[in-house]
Design a protein around this ligand. Sequence first.
Ligand code: SF4
Length: 90
Amino acid sequence: MSVNDSLSRNRYVPAQKSHITLADNLSEEQFALLEKICPAGLFQRNAEGQAVINYRGCLECGCCRMIAGHSIITQWRYPASGKGIVLRFG
Ligand code: SF4
């Protein structure tokens, strides 16, 4: 089974607001780091060139928080109770 096949088995209950906040004006180097870190590929540039995160697909693995640090990820919390990913095992 591929990684994409595994990810597609997860179910998400999206919150209204992102549980992850990015620092303003990330450098290309900082953004490239986020792109490499996230196993779900959630960090993107919007039409205006701003770094954004598609938080609704977050795996809640915490890799971006642990590796990028507070200067890039200014806030990381678990989504509110009952929201976020519903992992399926097996
Ligand atoms: S917690 Fe994991 S899945 Fe969620 S944005 Fe960070 S690296 Fe990506």
